[in-house]
Ligand binder design. Structure first.
Ligand SMILES: [Zn+2]
Ligand SMILES: [Zn+2]
Length: 138
């Protein structure tokens, strides 16, 4: 087995800043993209966030707080956050899909996490430039 294949089989892990919410997500991650829509901006406080998606059954909530708190933000999705520290985690869709923001991942270098598109690019300020560079060989 190659080193790359071994890395692919390892689940992605991450969580909030207080540690109550932890997750293990079995890859590969789907739809890696950045988003600058107003909803993402207000939910995160950031101008642009990076997202990946997993089927709901590929994500396990492994921290002492269990599943994150949610806020119904649209007719198909709820925003997810830690009810203790308030950290933004992502969104739990009805689909059933769990979308997670890369900022709460423990490690973010894996190839399946690199954004391939930018949603609502026009929602960012003109002075804010977002560029994702795929490392050579990935
Ligand atoms: Zn927390
Ligand atoms: Zn968005």
């Amino acid at each position: 087995m190659t080193r790359a294949a071994t890395k692919k089989n390892k689940p992605h892990t991450g969580g909030c800043i207080c540690g109550a919410i932890r997750f293990e997500a079995k890859g590969p991650a789907g739809k890696p993209h950045t988003c600058s829509c107003k909803l993402c901006q207000k939910h995160s406080g950031a101008l642009t966030v990076a997202w990946v998606e997993f089927p709901s059954d590929a994500v396990a909530w492994t921290g002492p707080g269990g599943a994150p708190a949610t806020y119904r933000s649209s007719d198909y999705s709820s925003r997810a956050f830690c009810g203790t520290c308030g950290s933004t985690l992502g969104a739990i869709d009805d689909a059933p899909v769990v979308a997670l923001m890369l900022g709460c991942f423990d490690k973010t270098n894996a190839a399946d996490l690199i954004p391939v598109s930018h949603s609502y690019r026009g929602g960012r300020p003109k002075w804010w430039h977002v560029e994702c560079v795929r490392p050579a060989g990935e």
